[in-house]
Every structure is written in C-alpha cells, then in structure tokens.
Design a protein around this ligand. Structure first.
Ligand SMILES: Nc1ncnc2c1ncn2[C@@H]1O[C@H](COP(=O)(O)OP(=O)(O)OP(=O)(O)O)[C@@H](O)[C@H]1O
Ligand SMILES: [Mg+2]
Ligand SMILES: [Mg+2]
Length: 473
C-alpha cells in the first residue's frame, strides 16, 4: 500500500546532539560532568566568552563528529572551518555562536527508517559542529515570565547539529527517524542519551507546499510527535480558512500540547556569518580512513546479521538491535540456549516487562534469563511460571532457582500424577460407576483425590483430563 500523504505534509528535523561522553568542552578544558552540579560552576573565560580569551579545539570532539558523519553515510569534508553566527541573546555572552557554515564536517548522508509504507530513506543534509549556548531558566512560563536565570555550565559543550531534508511525511515518520538516529548514536557511544538535554529537536513542518514553520523547545521524541500533530492540524485549519502560513518560529507548550508564535524566523543574512578568525581551517581528510575502519557494526547491519545467523524473525531482530546493550545481552543468551527461544524470551517477554517498569536491560542478568529458559525447556516449570519468575526478580530481587522453590512453581513430575490417577481410580469404584452411568459430578470426587495425593501441585485441569482418559478407556 502506498502512502498518499493527502495534506502534502513535509517534515525536516534539526537535531542537536550533545556529546556528553567527551571529558571536556569544545573549546576549553572545562569538565562536561556538570549535570548534578551547582549552576555556573563549570565555566572559564573561554566558555563564558570573555574578551581576550582564545578557543582551542577539542581533537576528540572532531573525531566523534567524523564518526557520527560516517555512521550516517555522509561525505566527510576535506578541510573544515568554523564560522561566527552573530546574534544577541543572554544565553550567549560572546554575541556570536561558533559554528560551522559552508564547510560542515559531514554532509549528504541518509538514515533508513520504517516509513508509513515500508522502508524509507531520509536524506541527511549535513551534520556540523557547534558550541552549546548557556541555559536560560524562565521563572514561570516563557510568555509571562517575571525573570530569567542563566546557567553557563552548558555553555561551550560540543553539539553536533544533524539536519535532515524535509523527507518525512508524518509525525510517525519523524518519530521513527528520531528513534533510529538515537539508536545509531547509542551504538557509537558518543553520548549518554539519558542525560538531560542530550538530544534536542527543532521540528520544521509545512503543508500543501506552503512555507515551513519551525517548532522549538521540544523536550522529548514523544513531544516532537505531539507538537507536529498539533502544528499540522493548525496549519491545515488556517489554510482552509483562507489564511497564509508564514515562515516563523513557534514554541511548543508541552503542558498544553499547543504551539505558540514566538517570532518570525531570522533569515540567513541576519546572522552575518563570517569565518572564525581565532580558529584556523582544519584538515580532517587524513583521519577518515582510520575512523571508518574502527566504526562498530551499526543497527541495520546487526539486524541483518541476527536474522541470517540466528534464524530469527525480522520483528524480533528489530526489537533486539535498537539498543546496543540489548543486542549484546541477546547474543550472550543466544550463545547458551537455542537462539530462537532466546529471541522470544528477550524480545517479547523480558523487554516487555522492562518497558512496563521503564527500566533498562541492566536490571536483569544473562545468567538469570538463561536459567529461566532452561527450566521451561526441561519442562520443570510452565512458561507462565517463567514469566512470574522474571517479574519477581525485577520487583523483589532474588535468584530464579530460589524463587522456583519459594513460590512452589516446580511442575509435579509426570509419573507422580500418573500414579495418583491410577490410585484414585482404583480406590473409587463407585464414583467411576456413577460417572459412567451419567452422573458427571462424580468425576470431581476422583479429581479431588488426585489433588490430595499430589498435595495440590498437579494442574487441576490436567488431572481432570487424565482421570477422564483413564476411566473412559
Ligand atoms: N518546505 C519545508 N517543509 C518542512 N521542512 C522544511 C521545508 N524546507 C526546509 N525544511 C527543513 O527545515 C530545516 C532547516 O534547517 P537549517 O538548519 O538548514 O536552517 P534554519 O532552521 O534556517 O537554521 P537554524 O539552524 O538557525 O535554525 C531542515 O531540516 C529542512 O529539511
Ligand atoms: Mg539549524
Ligand atoms: Mg532551524
């Protein structure tokens, strides 16, 4: 089925990724480990932009940027250069942001997503390096704030801005793009996506070939999806009423789920870009082959390998390769038990229980899931008991082998049940005769005896079936 895109929706995303795995900031030696510290404690003349201070490039940041560019199938520029993007705002005391302009470190890449109608290629326009500004904290809501606090700890952190072409046709596709991007970055180990502000999205959207509107202040992927849904509806209604969409920047109000007009969008010439005189152009081409060689296996490649190597379903392979930690976990499990069974237990059951509790795979061990799978495989416990063990480990702690005993989950051995059925039938000739004469309730008497003899550990329904099979012979 082909997706028609009836409203001519076009979505292009600008994603700012903070490389918080670097130890120091982009142009100075300030530590990046500020997330739990007091405001304005990780600052120096360089990241505060004091006059006379000089930036020195963080070489490892350049390496990370190239790594990201290559992972997004981009071309890496031979020689890159920084520019000054001039604007005045208190989050940027220098009066300009040091960023990249016409020589971005990476350009013309692509990300493959599961689109509305199958696989879809989203083109990546470019990925460039820039410094993060400080963080403004408005007291109250942004429109009627009584005052604003500024924290410069974030100022000068390394950002990679990844800009896509307007190739997405629905909020869902935008969400898939973001998920995929995060997954790739996660594999590269360049950032910790759980830290506040690690990935920030500006969403551009237009309908019916109109002007684009840029929505800022989106704080989560879910927020991006919601902001886009709202904005598409707003634009469509506006156009239907005869209105015209103008190029503007809107703010997403997360609590109310609406976008609010902030300002008309700056044009490029407003920024008066010019080359950063304090940083010389940098030749990076020589570093590319080495970084390319060291690039890890990425989600798409891993998914394909899982399918061919382990013979598992595409759906499972997808679920197992989104997060690198889950993929590694699965491979360890699959080396010890049947890989297909392992896929069901890790992708369907364990991941489901983890998602439900909003916790990561680290909360469970390979050893424990292997034990659970083994118990089910050997028919010592039912599948349902296996799930119960996983839940107990997650909620109360403990080891599966102990929980099996403490919760009495071991299945009663087959021959014990068989023996109990034999005995119960032999001891109840009258009940058997009554049942055969049409008194159905007499069966309960015999089943009760079986349960008594097995101390209640036999499955009642199974016991009933066995008694029936025995006496109707
Ligand atoms: N017609 C359109 N509909 C939706 N999105 C669009 C359209 N045209 C362009 N875009 C998207 O708008 C984004 C423009 O981002 P880019 O960083 O190039 O410029 P900018 O938003 O003007 O700059 P800034 O970084 O200062 O916000 C891209 O993601 C692009 O795909
Ligand atoms: Mg941009
Ligand atoms: Mg923009």
């Amino acid at each position: 089925m082909v997706y028609e895109n009836p409203d001519g929706v076009k979505i292009g995303l600008e994603v700012h990724v903070q490389l918080n795995r670097l130890n120091t900031k982009l142009f100075c030696g300030c530590s990046t480990d500020y997330h739990n510290d007091e405001p304005n404690t990780h600052v120096c003349p360089v990241c505060l932009g004091l006059p006379g201070s000089l930036p020195v490039i963080n070489e490892r940041a350049v390496e990370f940027a190239i790594k990201i560019g290559l992972a997004l199938n981009c071309e890496i520029v031979g020689q890159t250069q920084f520019h000054r993007k001039n604007y005045y705002y208190p989050d940027l005391p220098k009066g300009f942001q040091t960023t990249q302009y016409d020589y971005p470190i990476a350009s013309r890449g692509k990300i493959v997503i599961e689109g509305e109608d199958g696989e879809r290629i989203i083109r990546v326009t470019r990925a460039h390096m820039e410094e993060d500004p400080g963080r403004l904290q408005h007291i109250g809501t942004i429109e009627k704030s009584k005052g604003t606090l500024i924290n410069y700890n974030r100022s000068g952190m390394t950002l990679i801005e990844i800009v896509s072409e307007p190739d997405m046709r629905s909020p869902k596709e935008a969400r898939r793009y973001l998920d995929k991007l995060r997954s790739i970055l996660d594999y590269l180990d360049v950032f910790n996506g759980d830290l506040e502000g690690a990935m920030r999205v500006d969403a551009n959207v237009s309908v019916f070939n109109g002007e684009r509107v840029e929505v800022k202040n989106i704080s989560s992927f879910k927020g991006a999806e919601r902001a886009l849904l709202y904005e598409i509806m707003r634009q469509k209604n506006h156009v239907r009423r005869g209105g015209k969409i103008v190029l503007e920047t809107r703010h997403f109000d997360e609590a109310r789920g609406v976008t609010i007009s902030m300002r008309t969008k700056e044009e490029e010439h407003d920024y008066r870009y010019f080359p950063e005189p304090d940083l010389v152009p940098m030749r990076v081409a020589d570093r590319v082959p080495g970084i390319l060689k060291a690039l890890p296996e990425l989600p798409d490649a891993k998914r394909e390998r899982f399918i061919s190597q382990y013979g598992i379903a595409d759906m499972h392979a997808r679920a197992l390769t989104t997060e690198i930690r889950v993929a590694n976990f699965y491979e360890e499990v699959a080396s010890q038990v049947d890989p297909k069974t392992a896929a069901v237990w890790v992708a369907d059951i364990l991941k489901g229980e983890l998602n439900y509790r909003d916790i990561g795979i680290d909360a469970f061990t390979v050893e424990d899931i292997v034990t659970v799978i083994g118990l089910v495989k050997e028919d010592k416990i039912t599948e349902q008991s296996g799930v119960q063990i996983i839940r107990t480990v997650l909620d109360e702690g403990g080891r599966p082998q102990d929980i099996v005993v403490s919760k009495g989950l071991l299945k009663v051995e087959d021959d014990i049940v068989a023996k109990a059925v034999e005995e119960a039938v032999a001891e109840s000739p009258e009940a058997v005769a009554d049942y055969l004469a049409g008194k159905e309730k007499s069966l309960n008497f015999i089943v009760g005896k079986v349960m008594q003899k097995t101390k209640g550990r036999a499955d009642a329904r199974e016991a009933r079936e066995r008694v029936l099979a025995r006496i109707s012979k």
